[in-house]
Design a protein around this ligand. Structure first.
Ligand code: SF4
Ligand code: SF4
Length: 124
């Protein structure tokens, strides 16, 4: 069973994804690809596509709710790293729930993670 985020992508097409410009400045250690960003204000960038009326991050690949992934996962902004899937670490995640509901998906439950871990447990 694949990770639920790889069958989702909803939170990447729900919010404005804004972060400090230093995160896209390689001379300062930033790793976010600057060509995928645009200026929001003097201090912040946004991921392109996330300011739209119906946001969808330019880095999101695939089909929401079917098969989706972040095309820059190792280089994604800090705000993306800060959104955990609901219940993966024992707590609900309001952003995850809102993203999924916005796209017609059910919020994740603790039972989803029990099934995921059972399906991916090493076979003995
Ligand atoms: S909405 Fe939740 S399950 Fe979907 S990709 Fe985002 S964190 Fe993962
Ligand atoms: S950078 Fe990646 S994780 Fe962040 S919103 Fe875009 S597709 Fe999603």
């Amino acid at each position: 069973m694949i990770h639920p985020c790889l069958r989702c992508g909803a939170c990447c097409a729900c919010f404005r994804v804004a972060f400090h410009w230093m995160e896209a400045d390689s001379s300062l250690g930033g790793e976010v690809p600057p060509e995928l960003t645009e200026q929001l204000d003097p201090h912040r960038l946004v991921m392109r596509g996330t300011q739209a009326y119906q946001p969808r991050c330019v880095a999101l690949e695939g089909t929401i709710g079917v098969a989706a992934r972040c095309g820059i996962h190792p280089r994604r902004p800090s705000v993306c790293r800060d959104v955990p899937p609901s219940w993966e670490f024992g707590e609900p995640s309001p952003q995850c729930d809102k993203g999924r509901i916005t796209h017609g998906l059910s919020p994740l439950t603790p039972e989803d993670w029990i099934r995921f871990r059972e399906a991916n447990a090493p076979k003995v």
